[in-house]
Design a protein around this ligand. Structure first.
Ligand code: SAM
Length: 230
């Protein structure tokens, strides 16, 4: 059975998509998508040998070798331009996901949908989307086994459209802020607590340019988040 997290990622994939799942590990997501009639065919990309072998094994066990091509390689290098219309990248940090997109930009011209699931640092992804003409269309935040995950779905379009208050919306997510569900509040309350701890530690660290810059940065983030949570 697929995790709730990956099930929710799959729910954003348009029916009939040709899918590439990058960093696929066991290829659970592409297998699920084919078995449930969500994707018509799929590529599972993996850069590390162990997970690559796990993906091949999983695809074989499900008898899906004709429908899922398991490929070893870094990021988007496993796909040809025009080969897929939907890409999922899940279970990594936001900066890594953004760097995979950045390095593989030339593969994205014909891609219709990106579904990205950062474990941390979603801000890096929102920044990348804005800079590269991708419009954030939907967001979700969910909790599973005590961990909070975000899902961002984007299409080519007007990248500035969803943003009103840029700093705040980039950090916390324009759609997630509107919803403010329980996982959202839990995540940001925990972040604020952590930032306040860091501030306390920095108070004791003496004053130089670097620490006062860092303090200002954190203070600003605390303000942004507390305004939203109030
Ligand atoms: N996507 C699956 C999920 O959400 O459950 C697996 C997540 S796992 C934590 C991250 C996987 O991404 C690892 O198997 C890792 O080897 C792979 N990975 C990391 N960087 C990658 C890259 N640049 N290209 C392809 N795969 C990568």
């Amino acid at each position: 059975k697929l995790s709730l997290r990956l099930e929710r990622v799959a729910s954003y994939i348009p029916k009939g998509s040709v899918l590439a799942d990058i960093g696929s590990d066991h290829a659970y997501l592409p297998c699920y998508c084919i078995l449930n009639g969500i994707a018509s065919s799929a590529i599972a990309g993996e850069v590390v040998e162990g997970p690559f072998q796990s993906a091949k094994k999983q695809v074989k066990q499900n008898g899906l070798e004709e429908r899922i091509s398991v490929r070893k390689g870094n990021g988007l290098e496993v796909i040809e331009p025009g080969e897929v219309d939907c890409i999922t990248i899940a279970g990594m940090g936001g900066p890594l996901i953004a760097s995979i997109l950045e390095e593989g930009k030339e593969k994205l011209a014909d891609v219709k949908k990106l579904i990205l699931q950062p474990n941390i640092g979603a801000i890096s992804i929102r920044e990348w989307l804005i800079e590269n003409g991708w419009e954030l269309k939907e967001e979700e935040i969910l909790e599973e086994d005590g961990k909070v995950y975000e899902i961002l779905a984007a299409e080519q379009g007007n990248p500035n459209k969803p943003y009103l208050n840029l700093d705040r919306d980039l950090l916390m997510g324009p759609f997630l802020i509107k919803d403010q569900n329980a996982p959202f509040r839990k995540k940001w309350q925990a972040e604020v607590t952590q930032w306040k701890n860091i501030l306390n530690q920095l108070q004791g660290a003496g004053d130089n340019e670097k620490t006062s810059e860092r303090k200002q940065e954190i203070t600003k983030k605390i303000q942004l988040v507390e305004e939203v949570l109030d």
